[in-house]
Design a protein around this ligand. Structure first.
Ligand code: PLP
Length: 346
């Protein structure tokens, strides 16, 4: 890395320093040897097959590259006690991928085809599935492939669907996160709230980079009108002894499978679980109480504790400085089911 000159003038419009290269082996940079693939030719889907994880050959006019006809999923296959590997709640991710495809007017693979590609990707990479707490992260990806830059107002007739696999380690952040709250801008547009599309991530980057520069924040929590939605890539839960509170599902943000799983596990433990509008003001009251916890949820990190919430430029410590035994308890309960130690009927 180059050193930066502290005396150099900076302005809001100055380009950000280049992001450091990801550490070798960082999450999502190591790929399994094989991926599964199928193509839609405008009429029907090809048979599913396994190919080497190699560069794709795409026409430079590919629809997805110009008009955003692309969506994806993220799920994990975990090593089971009998040595096999099982994708966690694959049915829920399967349904969400097809929902994303529908909202983007992409050719929608059948439930069976998605299932088949997932199974093929896990089987073809079985040798590289790490033991727990590692897992095989699966990235189903669906893109519109019509070679046409004139199709701005027309869906792509053809598509490529593949499932990429990455052996990953435990993704628990090394310290409680600092989250900055954005009270003006929404997470995304209402049309894209429940779509898992790269465009959503690109949209969140400018506020994230600004919060990183201003407060050293790890992520931004979107709370337009001071009502909580989610962060750039994960849902949010408020926890205290025997109690979990989270924003109710709306079209404004992504319905996480991890969120749903934790709610079910918490209910099964007899916790009081509430899904409703959550205001920023009550969140600030919540985190001021001793023993209060705030955590982000998503497939990669499972449950990531928040230690500091920055609101209107002011840093608020969460509960006992980000200590999060309750989030840890839920996380462990989830991992026990994922790794086949405990069974749970979703
Ligand atoms: C994927 C994603 C999540 C988390 O969903 P999981 O199913 O729990 O992995 C939350 N928010 C956004 C914007 C996402 O893309």
């Amino acid at each position: 890395m180059t050193t930066t000159d502290d005396t150099a003038p900076t302005t809001d419009t100055a380009p950000a320093a280049p992001a450091p290269a990801p550490a070798p082996g960082a999450f999502g940079t190591v790929f399994g040897p094989s991926m599964s693939v199928a193509e839609f030719d405008g009429t029907s889907w090809s048979a599913a097959r396994v190919v080497a994880t190699e560069n794709l050959s795409l026409h430079p006019g590919t629809h997805a590259l110009h008009y955003g006809s692309a969506c994806f999923e993220g799920l994990k296959a975990h090593r089971q006690p009998d040595g096999s590997a099982r994708a966690f709640r694959a049915d829920a991710h399967n349904a969400r991928l097809r929902q994303s495809a529908g909202r983007l007017c992409l050719p929608e693979p059948s439930e069976e085809l998605v299932d088949e590609l997932l199974t093929l990707a896990v089987d073809a990479n079985l040798d590289v599935v790490p033991d727990s707490p590692g897992a095989l992260y699966l990235r189903p990806t669906l893109i519109g492939t019509d070679p046409s830059i004139g199709a701005a107002a027309t869906p792509s007739r053809t598509a490529l669907f593949y499932v990429l696999a990455c052996p990953v380690g435990d993704y628990l952040p090394p310290r409680p996160l600092t989250i900055s709250v954005e009270t003006d801008v929404p997470r995304t547009t209402p049309q894209f709230g429940v779509v898992k599309a790269g465009a959503n991530y690109a949209m969140a980057l400018t506020p994230i980079m600004a919060a990183r520069r201003a407060y050293g924040a790890d992520q931004v929590l979107f709370a337009p009108g001071r009502v909580l939605q989610e962060t750039g890539a994960s849902n949010i839960v408020l926890i205290e002894q025997g109690r979990l509170l989270t924003p109710a599902l709306t079209d404004a943000y992504l319905h996480g499978v991890t969120r749903d799983s934790l709610l079910r596990l918490a209910r099964a433990r007899g916790w009081n679980v509430e899904e409703r509008d959550v205001t920023l003001d009550e969140t600030l009251e919540w985190i001021a109480r001793p023993g209060a916890e705030l955590a982000l949820t998503g497939t990669a990190a499972v449950v990531a504790p928040v230690g500091t919430l920055v609101v209107d430029g002011e840093a608020h410590t969460v509960g006992d400085a980000g200590a999060s035994p309750l989030a840890g308890e839920l996380r462990q309960a989830l991992v026990d089911v994922q790794t086949g130690k405990v069974s749970f009927d979703w």
